[in-house]
Design a binder for this molecule. Structure first.
Ligand code: HEC
Ligand code: HEC
Ligand code: HEC
Ligand code: HEC
Length: 228
């Protein structure tokens, strides 16, 4: 079998990434987001050819149009979510998780298999809705099904106990917040207006220098946005 991933688009993907200063130091292979067969403590029963491509669990050079994150290679979750709500919130929260957060939830709501891929390994293995590759996983040395095991990394679909996501960052609604520009300089806001707080505003899925993939240290993360 040939390896699926063609050289030119992958090189292009990598060079776009490395033009960013933050991305230049990322090393996803050294994190818990490396689900490939190079991580023998996490994954078993996988052919090296099929799964040596670390990025392929999330991205493919050829995949659906307009997935939740760039070149997204994962089947979507069918879950409906209950969003955070509180009487003291001033900003607008969407009725459902948007784009980048849905991408995380394709693993972290616990309903979609890690191996539910749109463009699976090998020639002609393209299924627009995503297809179960039939691989088995061995998370942290514990054999598991192919979905997120119960525990703190499985957020489920009730997000009322999780920091608000898909909320429009707007300090004019609440003066106890830093300026949009200062947040954008340190973290990442998403959406057409570059003003949406999503999972990946706080977490960088590619790098775990800071524990739990945080974009900045836990000592300064909260006050990068909140004036408290
Ligand atoms: C566990 C899932 C996951 C894996 C594995 C993964 N990514 Fe990503 N990637 C994401 C998500 C989610 C986003 C969108 C959020 C963001 O902006 O970082 C993203 C965004 C990107 C972007 C655009 C934004 C940026 O940071 O430049 C590039 C380029 C990228 N990934 C490349 C890669 C490459 C190359 C690999 C393999 C070495 C890889 N990714 C592995 C989840 C993943
Ligand atoms: C391909 C599936 C997949 C996707 C997509 C994914 N993750 Fe994960 N993530 C995992 C797995 C597997 C673990 C390890 C879980 C465990 O050991 O319990 C993990 C662990 C984590 C952890 C805990 C790390 C630690 O050290 O305890 C965080 C935080 C996290 N992911 C955030 C995210 C965010 C934010 C996104 C989207 C930007 C995302 N993940 C997308 C599979 C995924
Ligand atoms: C406002 C910032 C912020 C947002 C938004 C956010 N997180 Fe987190 N997340 C954190 C912090 C901080 C921690 C580490 C908490 C700790 O050290 O106990 C964390 C921890 C986690 C963990 C690991 C829990 C553990 O203790 O091992 C996972 C998994 C996770 N986040 C996933 C997500 C997902 C998925 C989303 C979107 C649905 C999300 N996060 C949105 C800040 C955020
Ligand atoms: C990327 C910016 C950002 C970061 C980083 C961030 N927050 Fe928030 N946080 C927000 C926004 C925006 C809201 C919604 C505020 C509103 O509507 O009034 C919010 C809401 C909250 C709320 C709910 C307030 C309410 O009225 O119900 C709490 C509590 C909170 N954040 C705590 C934290 C903590 C603790 C951290 C660090 C782990 C953190 N936040 C990091 C942007 C952020």
């Amino acid at each position: 079998m040939k390896i699926l991933f063609r050289t030119i688009p992958l090189v292009a993907l990598l060079s776009i990434g490395s033009s960013s200063l933050v991305y230049a130091v990322d090393d996803v292979a050294a994190t818990k987001h490396n689900l490939s067969s190079t991580q023998t403590d996490k994954v078993n029963n996988l052919s090296t050819e099929a799964t040596a491509f670390v990025c392929g669990f999330c991205h493919s050079p050829h995949t659906e149009t307009g997935g939740p994150a760039p070149l997204w290679n994962r089947g979507s979750s069918a879950a409906t979510y209950t969003m955070y709500s509180s009487a003291t919130m001033d900003m607008t929260i969407a009725g459902a998780p948007a784009s980048i957060s849905l991408a995380c939830l394709t693993c972290h709501d616990g309903t979609v298999g890690f191996d539910q891929l749109i463009n699976g390994a090998g020639s002609g293995n393209y299924v627009a809705a995503g297809a179960d590759q039939g691989w088995t996983f061995n998370l942290n040395g514990v054999p598991t099904t192919d979905t997120m095991p119960t525990g703190v990394t499985n957020l489920g679909n009730v997000l009322t106990g999780d920091h608000p996501i898909s909320v429009t960052y707007d300090p004019t609604q609440d003066t106890a917040f830093q300026s949009v520009a200062s947040v954008q300089a340190a973290l990442q806001l998403y959406g057409a207006g570059s003003d949406q707080v999503e999972c990946a505003s706080c977490h960088n899925p590619h790098e775990a220098t800071n524990p739990t993939f945080l974009r900045v240290g836990i000592d300064t993360l909260c006050t990068t946005c909140h004036i408290k």
